[in-house]
Ligand binder design. Structure first.
Ligand code: ADP
Length: 717
């Protein structure tokens, strides 16, 4: 892209450096010395001729073709054009550039040429003229007069067409000048085929319109840039440069500004030309100052503003005739230093490898070259001028290239930043989402914890009240017995019996305290369970054997009944339980069964497996069935409540009423439950339901022979 832009610029540069005649027609001018005899001239083949002369010049006379026909005219000077009047001499003295004169020339055409219309291209004639071709008056430009008041200056290229005659053709031109530093026909008059002259004019107008249009577009672009982004002051100055050059270009060349604004006087046109130059050079200096602030020489710019501002005021205050006299010092003393300053900044920036400085320098060098060319043109060393506007256009294009690169980079950078930003925002959002969700989780956990704490607190306070109630009965009894013994209310021989009762109550109290604490810890969740997988049948078999002895001491038979159902080969029934806590339940059931079964009775331990459909999982039901007194049906719903004891049974007095409540809690923690069925007089069947599964017989399950982790405590009740 950069290379393409560079090629475009070089192309433009080459195009700009071509002479104006080549842009326009591609034809070379016929510049033979004497154009009076043009009989050999074929307009279409030989191209345009410059009517350089020789011309007759009648100084300070405004003559018409009629005067010449009447022979009433004085002696003439023989001159050639283009030239200023002051370059002619009369009686050994140079003519003045101010004055009026009549030019006359006769040129001979062949009869062949006479058939086709011809065109005349008048370049700059200072500063008003009218002419006759073969006696026919053409308006020319401005109004010719014999003094400043009677004439109206107008000075820009014009085209005229006429029908030539075979043989002699007479051209009479009246010129007057009281306004400009230069006077007379100081740029040539071209004669050619009408179509060719028209096309030359059209092409030149097109080139200058193109130039002005480009500059106007750049002006609008830059000024908009500044309006939307006030900190881009470089854009403001750049816009002003473009506007000033645009104004100057519309005044120079084909000067189409006079066509657009016919009311614009010649005086104001020239003023505008000078003022636009001043604005250009000042804006250029300000522009480079903004472009390369580190290279600026601080005091120079105000100096330029003062000097050029003063000259601008001088231009506004005086007529063109006066200030144009100072053109050379103005160029050398005012414009050139400002130019050199700009160049100095660009060279320094290029040496310091500042961004875009090389393109800038290249553009400025081309511009500078065209300025030098323009100076050479005005001093008469080169034959054509007007390149300076194109040099400036080239320079401005390099600036535009830099500006575009700058913006492209800025946009690319901002795009990159916005992508990065959106990524950061995305990750931030993700973090916020995660944090919010973990905060929500924490909140839920805190809420649960809070609820748990409130529940524990409630359990504790309830327990405290209950414990107080539970303990008060045995304590009251102990207090009563011991007081009676102390105060000798009871006979001495009865003392050991009462002491025995106190001891019994103390034991009961101890058990009660243990049970209360255990139940309270179970309810608050303080007790940690250690679950292991246990092969059920060997475990139950072993427990039964262990408790058989206790039953036998009460003359009760405790029997383990092997199950009738058969497990699949190499499979075993497993349950997940905390050995110690489960044995606590088992021991309580055996203890109750022993307590409520008379001597010679039996207690049977047996188990059944209720598998889920087509599955290795299911439930086991472990039964402790006694042949005791049984429990009335009305009492069954209550016996698992704490402290519930069936009234009117003698044996209940020794219990705490907490055993089955503890069992219910423990079974609940095993995802199981405890239930009872009973028939009065026949006995009770307490059964425990637990989740179980069939597993391959392996040695990785908890070996039962090692016993519970907490020992064989079966003094539950
Ligand atoms: P206790 O310490 O009083 O035995 P439990 O909670 O263990 O407390 O039992 C509650 C009540 O259930 C007992 O008081 C008793 O009346 C009744 N009970 C428990 N087991 C049996 C049983 N096997 N036969 C008859 N009644 C029983």
């Amino acid at each position: 892209m950069k290379k393409f832009a560079a090629c475009l610029l070089i192309g433009l540069m080459v195009w700009c450096s071509m002479p104006p005649s080549v842009w326009a027609t591609g034809l070379e001018l016929n510049t033979q010395a004497d154009q009076r005899d043009l009989r050999q001239w074929q307009p279409r083949e030989d191209g345009i001729v410059s009517l350089n002369g020789p011309w007759e010049l009648y100084w300070n006379q405004l003559l018409t073709p009629g005067d010449f026909a009447a022979g009433s005219h004085a002696d003439a000077l023989t001159v050639s054009i283009p030239a200023q009047w002051k370059s002619y001499t009369m009686n050994g003295q140079a003519l003045s550039n101010e004055g009026y004169a009549t030019y006359r020339m006769k040129f001979t055409l062949s009869s062949e040429v006479a058939g086709q219309p011809l065109g005349l291209y008048f370049n700059n004639v200072a500063t008003a003229y009218r002419f006759w071709i073969n006696g026919e008056l053409k308006q020319g430009n401005g109004t010719v007069g014999t003094d400043k008041k009677s004439m109206v200056p107008r000075n820009y290229p014009k085209v005229f067409f006429f029908q030539p005659r075979s043989g002699d053709n007479e051209m009479v031109i009246q010129v007057s000048n009281f306004s400009q530093r230069t006077g007379g026909i100081w740029e040539g008059i071209d004669l050619g085929d009408a179509e060719e002259i028209a096309s030359l004019h059209r092409n030149r107008v097109m080139v200058w319109t193109f130039l002005t249009g480009c500059l106007l577009l750049m002006t609008v672009f830059s000024l908009f840039l500044y309006i939307f982004r006030k900190q881009e002051q470089a854009a403001l100055w750049f816009g002003l440069i473009c506007l000033a050059i645009c104004t100057r270009s519309s005044l120079l060349g084909e000067s189409f500004v006079y066509v657009l604004f016919p009311g614009l006087s010649w005086e104001w046109g020239v003023k505008l030309e000078y003022l636009s130059e001043i604005v250009t050079i000042l804006s250029l200096a300000a522009f480079v100052n903004k472009q390369y602030p580190q290279e600026v020489i601080p005091r120079l710019f105000p100096l330029f503003v003062c000097a050029l501002g003063m000259f601008g005021a001088f231009v506004l205050a005086t007529p063109a005739k006066v200030y144009t006299l100072y053109m050379v010092p103005y160029i050398l003393v005012l414009l050139l230093p400002a130019f050199l300053y700009v160049m100095y900044i660009y060279i320094r920036a290029a040496l310091r490898l500042r961004s875009g400085s090389r393109t800038n320098m290249l553009g400025f060098l081309v511009f500078f070259a065209t300025v030098v060319h323009e100076i050479l043109y005005y001093t008469g060393i080169v034959s054509f001028g007007g390149l300076v506007s194109f040099g400036l256009l080239f320079f401005l294009l390099t600036q535009l290239l830099n500006l575009s690169l700058l913006f492209t980079r800025a946009i690319a950078q901002s795009e990159m930043l916005s992508i990065q930003l959106s990524k950061v925002i995305e990750s931030q959002e993700e973090t916020i989402r995660q944090r919010t969700s973990s905060l929500q989780e924490l909140n839920v956990r805190l809420k649960q914890g809070n609820e748990e704490l409130s529940r524990i607190e409630l359990v504790r306070s309830t327990l405290l009240a209950e414990v107080y109630h539970d303990l008060s009965t045995p304590i009251t009894a102990i207090k009563g017995f011991s007081k009676a013994m102390k105060t000798a209310v009871i006979a001495k021989e009865d003392a050991p019996r009462y002491a025995g009762r106190i001891y019994e109550r103390s034991l009961m109290l101890e058990k009660l305290i243990d049970n209360v604490i255990e139940l309270s810890q179970l309810k608050t969740g303080e007790i940690q369970f250690q679950f292991t997988q246990v092969p059920l049948l060997p475990f139950l078999r072993q427990l039964s054997y262990r408790y058989a002895e206790e039953a036998e001491s009460q003359k009760i038979a405790l029997l383990w009944e092997e199950p009738q159902w058969v497990l699949p080969p190499s499979k075993e029934l497993r349950v997940t339980l905390d050995r110690f806590r489960f044995e606590r339940v088992f021991a309580n059931l055996i203890s109750n069964a022993v307590k409520y079964t008379p001597a010679e009775g039996t207690i049977k331990i047996w188990a059944e497996f209720r598998p889920n459909d087509h599955s290795d999982t299911g439930h086991v039901v472990i039964h402790v069935t006694d042949s005791g007194a049984g429990i009335p049906e009305s009492e069954l719903p209550h016996i698992f409540n704490r402290h519930y004891r069936i009234p009117s049974t003698e044996t209940t007095k020794t219990g705490s009423g907490l055993g089955l409540a503890i069992c219910t809690e423990i079974m609940a923690r095993h995802q199981g439950e405890i239930s009872v069925t009973s028939t009065m007089g026949a006995g009770s069947d307490f059964f425990l339901t637990l989740p179980a599964q069939l597993g391959n017989f392996t040695a990785d399950t908890d070996p039962i022979n090692e016993g519970g982790a907490h020992g064989n405590d079966h003094s539950a009740d």
